[in-house]
Design a protein around this ligand. Structure first.
Ligand code: PLP
Length: 448
């Protein structure tokens, strides 16, 4: 691509394209980088600069970018049946097959799926499902949902309301029946407490919130196994067992938002398996098609599905593209690659422990307060003072600077608060993980 074309593209983009989660004023002044191709775990901009993609796109291209089987499956499907809806007693072959394939990879007790295009829509769908469930059980007051501060469940009004991102809440009026409890972020909020004691205390806020709101009014608790967009918040070991106990003892549904954690990221097919809890509903999206086509949905556990499927009456909810044939074809190809190549098990045994071990070598760096992570996801918390854990800056400027240094060194990572976040593709080699860690090291040196 010639320089001239790049300049023209950048100008068109700057002048006419409103980007997600972007300062429009700033972007229209500075513009951005245009990406033009990708191969394996590398992406290339329009000037052919290469970047190691330490974020798997946006936590979605878990198998990297060179997956001809997925592309071929979509291509074939587009030629055969590019679209038909799944309303009015209609279905299509890939949607039916994908539903069955998903049931095979999700934990026992999940035998039904509702398809959406994205994680946000899937979480909107969760609200509709839990409200319908309790209505059918003749508990119409059970409408309140509890989420977590700093959780991320998407960007539609309902999904953002479930989430606890303060800066997002400030910009819109959310739905009023969602309440939030604290996140299990020991490094930032645990002070000098014992990690597991902190985990228990934060989990017990759920019990207190249910009591405060009245169990007869609360429908569900939603949480990510590991908070991803919030900064890879790894819960203390004590956290999930306590949440499970509370949900078992109380009549509320547990929704596991696995949009990031699902499909192998944490070392198992789903994060709830890594942390050994049993949700009633599982949200998925992103890596289900390796990010190649938009597809999301809710895996509905038998407890809920049995009520929904044995009562008369239409579920008043759906999307034009629910179960889109091309997206489901991409999903089927993705799952079959993962199964044939034993991707989840192999990653958990080889490259994931290597990534975690190599990243821990950054712990000694003077501005690193904590390296945390599991499976193929990690965060490096930047600090001014290692012992006191004093913040590196009052705003996120240092982490943003560090991220930009990483990009200048040919590595795509993300800055969240004071943390550098990485979630590289599961098909990365040891050499490529070495490259990632070296480039990150250089970015830390430049920030120190
Ligand atoms: N849930 C979680 C845990 C996410 O991380 C995201 C996106 O990052 C979403 C939901 C929203 O998904 P989408 O952007 O596909 O709407």
């Amino acid at each position: 691509m010639s320089k001239n074309t790049t300049a023209q593209l950048q100008q068109a983009d700057r002048n006419h394209h409103l980007h997600p989660f972007t300062d429009f004023k700033q972007y229209s002044a500075t513009g951005g980088r245009i990406f033009s191709r990708a191969e394996h775990i590398y992406i290339y901009d329009s000037e052919d600069n290469q970047f190691l993609d330490g974020m798997s796109g946006l936590w979605c291209c878990n198998l990297g970018y060179s997956q001809p089987k997925i592309i071929e499956a979509v291509n074939q499907q587009m030629q055969q049946l590019p679209y038909y809806n799944n309303f009015f007693n209609c279905s299509n072959q890939p949607a039916a097959e994908m539903a069955k394939a998903l049931v095979e990879v999700t934990p026992d007790g999940f035998n039904n799926v509702f398809f959406t295009n994205s994680g946000s829509e899937a979480n909107d769908t969760n609200i509709r499902l839990v409200h319908r469930y309790y209505d059918l059980l003749e508990k119409p007051n059970k409408k309140l949902i509890i989420g977590r501060k700093n959780g991320y469940h998407g960007s539609t009004i309902a999904a953002a309301s479930l989430g606890g991102m303060e800066f997002m809440h400030k910009q819109y009026r959310g739905i009023d029946y969602v309440h939030h409890i604290d996140q299990p972020h020991w490094f930032a909020e645990g002070g000098d407490s014992d990690k597991n004691e902190f985990g228990l205390q934060v989990a017990r806020q759920l019990e207190a919130k249910i009591d405060e709101l009245g169990e007869e009014n609360v429908a569900a608790f939603i949480a990510e196994p590991i908070q991803g967009a919030g900064g890879v918040i790894i819960p203390p070991d004590s956290y999930w067992p306590e949440i499970q106990r509370i949900c078992n003892e109380r009549d509320i549904l547990l929704i596991s938002d696995e949009v990031i954690c699902g499909f192998g990221r944490t070392g198992n097919w789903f994060g709830c398996e890594t942390y050994n809890y049993q949700p009633d509903l599982i949200t998925f999206a992103k890596a289900v098609t390796n990010g190649f086509q938009p597809l999301g949905g809710v895996m509905v556990g038998d407890k809920v599905a049995n009520v929904l499927k044995t009562n008369d009456g239409e579920f008043g909810h759906g999307l034009t593209y629910s179960g889109h044939p091309a997206s489901c074809a991409a999903g089927l190809a993705t799952l079959s690659i993962m199964q044939e190549q034993n991707i989840v098990e192999n990653t958990a045994q080889t490259i994931a422990p290597y990534l975690q071990q190599q990243l821990r070598s950054l712990s000694d760096h003077p501005i690193v307060g904590e390296v945390r992570g599991t499976g193929m996801v990690a965060a490096i918390e930047l600090v001014k003072n290692k012992n006191s854990r004093e913040k590196i800056a009052d705003d996120s400027a240092a982490a943003v600077f560090c991220r930009d240094q990483a990009i200048n060194n040919g590595l795509m990572v993300r800055a969240v608060g004071d943390a550098m976040v990485t979630a590289p593709p599961m098909v990365s080699s040891k050499d490529e993980i070495d490259q990632l860690v070296q480039r990150l090291h250089r970015a830390l040196d430049a920030t120190a």
